[in-house]
Design a protein. Structure first.
Length: 109
């Protein structure tokens, strides 16, 4: 009986949550890449600081927390506040995953 249950779970894909999680993260990363086209108007995609801070290589939780601070007004910037309030939680997470995957900019000299 246990063997049949195991085969049923395996056949339904219920035994592979890590594979599903990796697939979901890949989809979020692609979605984040699509959404990041709007960010590129201000934040350079090569990570160079040209007066607007680079966000490449940020940790996911740092990115989410920073946009959350703009949403609530804890951090003040009219453009970023507007952007942060226009994004839902899934969009913020997708952007966070995408930017975390980009290489960090070179250290300033």
């Amino acid at each position: 009986m246990r063997c049949i249950l195991f085969l049923l779970v395996a056949a339904l894909g219920l035994g592979a949550p890590r594979a599903m999680a990796a697939d979901d993260e890949a989809k979020l990363k692609r979605y984040g890449q699509h959404l990041a086209q709007e960010c590129a108007g201000c934040h350079r995609m090569d990570g160079i600081d040209a007066g607007i801070p680079p966000i490449n290589g940020w940790e996911v939780e740092r990115f989410i927390a920073t946009l959350g601070a703009y949403r609530t007004g804890e951090r003040s910037n009219p453009a970023m506040g507007s952007v942060a309030r226009s994004l839902d939680d899934d969009q913020v997470r997708a952007l966070a995953i995408y930017f975390a995957a980009l290489p960090k900019p070179p250290a300033r000299k």
